[in-house]
Design a binder for this molecule. Structure first.
Ligand code: IMP
Length: 196
């Protein structure tokens, strides 16, 4: 069974490839680029849409498709951007535009630092059925950026128990504590079972 990732996000791909012991490839290596409409109202729903769409397009029972739908939620902003994290500054917005929109939203509220958390839903679709697992990472967002590491909102996110942003912390630290890392730990035994 071959593992295919249903994501085109370069930051996520890099992290998945670093975290998975098994060989994984991006769906675009087989199917080319494709736009998937994610119109569910939960991370879980959108993760399933992505994994199902790619599994159906591959039309081959030898594939296990894994997707990740994730985002950041700021309590002070009523949970925004949440499932809209990838398009917070508008459809097609870059990671930088989304990051600065969130910084502006914090400045408008007059806060320098406030609690936030990342969520990741990982969906696994194969001929044996569908599974979804979740992971979370809590911390604070700041109204500015520090560091260049990671991707997306990482330069403004300080994980609980640390005094640096994910833009400053090593990749290994993020790997150990991240929402994606937590969800993948739960997904691993499922993937191993499906490969037997
Ligand atoms: P998705 O590809 O529709 O799941 O969008 C996820 C969006 O959430 C990304 O574009 C990022 O803006 C944000 N995001 C998710 N995970 C992370 C992370 O680990 N670091 C920084 N931003 C993230």
């Amino acid at each position: 069974m071959k593992i295919v990732l249903a994501t085109g996000n370069k930051g996520k791909l890099r992290e998945f490839k670093a975290m998975c012991e098994a060989e994984v490839m991006a769906f675009s290596e087989i199917l080319g680029e494709m736009e998937i409409i994610e119109d569910a109202d939960t991370f879980k729903g959108n993760a399933l849409i992505k994994a199902r769409t790619i599994y159906e397009k591959l039309a081959d029972e030898n594939y296990i498709v894994i997707s990740d739908d994730s985002g950041i939620s700021v309590s002070l902003l009523g949970g925004e951007p949440g499932i809209y994290s990838a398009r917070y500054a508008g459809v097609g917005a870059s990671d930088k535009e989304n990051l600065y929109k969130l910084i502006d939203a914090l400045k408008e509220k007059g806060v320098e630092r406030t609690p936030a958390y990342y969520t990741a839903a990982i969906a696994i679709v194969s001929k044996y059925g569908e599974y979804v697992v979740h992971g979370w990472m809590h911390g604070d967002v700041i109204a500015g950026t520090k560091g260049e590491k990671g991707f997306g909102y990482d330069p403004m996110f300080i994980p609980s128990g640390y005094d640096k942003t994910l833009g400053e912390l090593d990749d290994e630290v993020k790997k150990a504590i991240s929402h994606r890392g937590q969800a993948l730990e739960l997904a691993k035994p499922i993937i191993e079972m499906l490969q037997r």
